[in-house]
Design a protein around this ligand. Sequence first.
Ligand code: UT7
Length: 335
Amino acid sequence: MGTPPQGKQFTILGTGVSLPDKVLTNADLERMVETTAEWITDRTGIQERRIAEPDVSTSVLGAQALRNACDAAGLRPDELDAIIVATSTPDTLFPSTACWVQRRLEVRGMAAFDVNAGCSGWLYALEIASNLLAGGHSKTIGIVGAEVMSKVVDWTDRSTCVLFGDGAGATVIRAAREGDPPAGLLSANWGADGNLAPILYQPAGGTQKPATRATVEGNEHTVHMEGKEVFHRAVRAMASAATRALKSARVTTDEIKLLIPHQANTRIMRATCERSGIPAEKLYSVVHRYGNISAASIPVALHDALTEGRIERGDLVVLTAFGTGLTWGAGVLRY
Ligand code: UT7
């Protein structure tokens, strides 16, 4: 397809994750709700997920993942020019979880803010960060996806509680320097349709429906989801965003090394792969071991793919996501 456009040039200096030790298996869930391990595996591909301890909030996991990513990058957290945290399960409604991450890392001064775009959040954050670097506003940015979904899941609702897990992934990126090999986002494609907000949301706790005894008793501080509707829209959104990103990067599916989609469900990921014409063997999945960790899913999967040697410098990777909103985003990344 000719020479790909340069896009936004940056280098991924390091990645890191933080995953709670506690493992919740499908067999454990059989004892909690009316389900079977077989149903969960067949319909979702998930075999186990990690669950945070009660005193662990999103910023605890986020800060640890970012510290690990900084260690891998060979720099200190105080050398970052900005910290962006993508999350739907913030420590507090305000301030941002990024500020709590700063506090936990004992750093100050750099910009710190959250991106609330559900499971697409980390990709949104990557797009924002790449623009901050391209605009010369920052040189080095820490991008975190972190979630403690277990604290907003209704543990009596079998159609949602089996899906989610907790964890965080972080990536440290640096603006391209002269002489750096080409790397960065060749293209990005993102969007949202807020008209679909009610198909996946947490009804209470914000200004639409502040917390009251009734909202707590009515279980309105938990994930409400129309699963089937989300499923179908997810496949369409992720596939078309990926296809458009490939087209504007002028990259063919043959040229890409891996597809790393948002890790929600094996069936969704496979259908996305098929719809966007990407060979099934290029699909990278970790959903069996972590479940759906929302905004953390792509940075955790990216970290694992790098750790397993599935991606090398110069390789092209397609990232694609969808989430509450509904939001979607995709990008062609040269590692
Ligand atoms: O990051 C975005 C987050 N959201 C998602 O990724 C969710 C997208 N949606 C999905 O992944 C799928 O819709 C689910 C996995 C949630 C459900 O799979 P499905 O094939 O769409 O099943 P369904 O909703 O059509 O339910 C089929 C049956 C129902 O029973 P009836 O009405 O046919 O008798 C459900 O009540 O499966 C039942 N069911 C379960 N059975 C055993 C729902 N959850 C469970 C369960 N165990 N955990």
